[in-house]
Design a protein around this ligand. Structure first.
Ligand code: NAP
Length: 292
């Protein structure tokens, strides 16, 4: 591995967000860039919502190689782009922007990262499976669309604010053709869904640092040992839900794999290189340990 050296030819990648200081992408992407020996550097850019358009124009003027966008820009960036990848169009959000033949092309890599982590860590294939997703925000939407496109049998979406779950279920059914239902985040119908699903995903921010000392988002004794339980929260690495699921004998998948694979896919889109996933994961875990 060579050390990162900035010269007159170094290309720039980055992430636009607000706030952006918390992002784990810079350490993870720069570790990958070093490993691959690429003449690139990945930088965080704090971009306020009202400055997004100027930042996108500026990025083109400065010749950035490509960039990620994170909260609050994932939807607002869409009208500023020339083309959208099919999945980004369905999800209605973008996290990766690529310059291609003078055009700005938007992608979302969250769904890819999610499926790749489940496949690698739990050998999970969504085809024909009953899936229960807790949450109806941006991450839940990406996950539902990717599970729907992968031919899951059913999607049940449970959310604290039930009307949001109803809207997402209706939309996912319309966009993917997969049977989708909505539930509140408590009660006997949820207990039944938890006990009978092949895959349970927490896509809410419940259990996230600094409010991580909390009971699991659903009752531990509702979980069946045959269910794969995934929590996309990555800080802490093991949430109270995953600890409960482990005690029940379930296979568990934490949020780190999704974060690494979505970043790896972005790097692949920008450079065409095969990303060093193990190096990225090691760096992410080190950064998480340093910050906790
Ligand atoms: P978001 O759009 O703000 O949605 C937040 C969701 O969490 C909503 O469904 C909200 O329910 C629910 N929620 C918040 N607090 C809750 C509580 N105390 N009890 C129950 N439900 C609660 O956020 P997002 O972008 O989808 O992100 C959600 C989580 O996923 C975050 O922790 C984020 O860090 C994580 N994430 C991880 C990855 C990864 O790569 N591992 C990628 C993206 C996101 P209401 O609708 O009722 O408000």
């Amino acid at each position: 591995m060579r050390s990162l050296e900035i010269t007159g030819t170094t290309g720039v990648l980055g992430v636009f967000g607000c706030p952006v200081e918390h992002s784990f992408s810079p350490p993870m992407q720069n570790a990958a860039i070093k490993e691959l020996g690429l003449d690139l550097v990945y930088v965080p850019f704090k971009v306020a919502p009202q400055d997004l358009e100027a930042a996108v124009r500026g990025a083109a003027a400065l010749g950035l190689t490509g960039f990620n966008v994170t909260i609050p820009h994932k939807e607002a960036i869409i009208p500023l782009l020339d083309e959208l990848d099919e999945e980004a169009r369905l999800v209605g959000a973008v996290n990766t922007v690529v310059y291609r033949r003078g055009k700005l092309v938007g992608y979302t890599t969250d769904g890819y990262g999610f499926l790749k982590a489940l496949s690698e860590e739990a050998a999970f294939d969504p085809t024909g499976k009953e899936c229960l997703i807790l949450g109806a925000g941006g991450a839940a939407r990406s996950i539902c669309i990717s599970l729907g496109r992968s031919k899951a049998a059913t999607l049940t979406i449970a959310n604290r604010t039930k009307p949001r779950a109803e809207r997402l279920a209706a939309e996912v059914a319309r966009l993917t053709g997969v049977k989708s239902m909505a539930l509140p985040l408590s009660g006997p119908a949820l207990q039944d869904a938890v006990g009978n699903c092949h895959l349970l995903v927490n896509a809410t921010s419940y259990g996230m640092y600094p409010k991580h000392e909390c009971p699991p988002i659903i009752a531990e004794d509702w979980l069946s040992p045959s269910t794969i339980v995934c929590d996309i929260v990555y800080n802490p690495i093991e949430t109270s839900l995953l600890r409960a699921a482990r005690r029940r004998g379930c296979s568990v998948v934490n949020g780190c794999g999704m974060l690494v694979h979505q970043g790896a896919r972005s790097l692949e889109l920008w450079t065409g290189c095969r990303p060093p996933v193990a190096v990225m994961k090691r760096k992410l875990l080190q950064s998480l340990r340093e910050r906790s």
